[in-house]
Design a protein around this ligand. Structure first.
Ligand code: SF4
Length: 265
């Protein structure tokens, strides 16, 4: 069974972000040219207002993208500009998908690249969170399709027979002391996040659900792990458990955990 997921380059998403900004610049330049050449006498002031807003937006987005690129290249971490980085990346996301369609880049490749960019940005910071504040969110399709036990309502209904990766995920969640939840889709995942209000999330899903989940849960930091689909989408999917452990370890504050354990003992 192939357990390796394809390595997706974050470069694809960065190029699309820059292309999106360039497109906005070209549009603003066209607007300025029309205004200066008095091409249209009608709605001149409206045109000026639109161009002004566009230029302001381009400056803000440009700063956000520059901060993103410099952070990803390990030149500098812009902790103070995190909101700006998130705003720029999230606002341009639909535009990057539209541009990708224009250049015949498959949606899943763009979304994988976006997830890779997001993960690298999260990892550029130093989160130290208590285990009970970390949510491990997994999709229902990891469960064997013929398993009779309903684990979405309560994951402890799993009998831990080892036929699917739910068994290993429960083991990891127990070992790390984090909460594990299984979602049947984006709506339930959002509901779980709203109820649990985690400070950090490790999410396993396909490209579509992960990218939408990362956008929806912003500003909560999410490390996304793509599921593996040896039998096609949405059935008997798998996950690289090592990646899950590494992602959880990134968020967990072991010093704090040990202090809590000692205090309790
Ligand atoms: S480990 Fe076994 S009991 Fe648990 S969800 Fe998978 S198939 Fe069902």
């Amino acid at each position: 069974m192939p357990m390796k997921s394809k390595k997706i380059k974050k470069r694809i998403y960065i190029i699309l972000l820059i292309a999106s900004i360039s497109m906005l610049v070209a549009l603003a330049a066209t607007g300025i040219a029309l205004y200066l050449n008095r091409f249209t006498h009608f709605y001149r002031w409206l045109l000026l207002a639109i161009v002004t807003v566009m230029v302001m937006l381009i400056v803000i987005l440009g700063l956000g993208i520059a901060a993103t690129v410099l952070t990803l290249w390990h030149v500098k971490s812009f902790f103070g500009l995190q909101r700006l980085i998130d705003f720029s990346i999230n606002l341009l996301f639909p535009l990057t998908l539209a541009l990708g369609r224009l250049f015949h880049i498959p949606k899943d490749i763009i979304k994988s690249s976006y997830i890779e960019v997001n993960n690298n940005l999260v990892k550029s910071k130093n989160y130290k969170v208590n285990p009970e504040e970390v949510l491990l969110l997994a999709p229902h399709c990891l469960q064997r399709w013929d398993c009779p036990h309903k684990i979405t309502a309560n994951v402890s209904n799993c009998r831990r027979c080892g036929r699917c990766d739910i068994d290993k995920l429960i083991g990891v969640a127990e070992a790390k002391g984090v909460r594990l939840a299984i979602a049947t889709g984006g709506t339930l995942a959002r509901k779980i996040v709203m109820e649990f209000r985690p400070k950090a999330i490790v999410a396993i899903a396909c490209e579509r659900d992960l990218s939408e989940g990362i956008l929806d849960t912003n500003p909560i930091p999410v490390l996304g792990i793509l599921n593996i689909r040896p039998e096609g989408p949405c059935i008997n999917t798998r996950v690289d458990i090592k990646k899950v452990e590494e992602a959880l370890d990134f968020f967990l504050d072991y010093d704090l955990t040990m202090a809590t354990v000692k205090k309790g003992s």
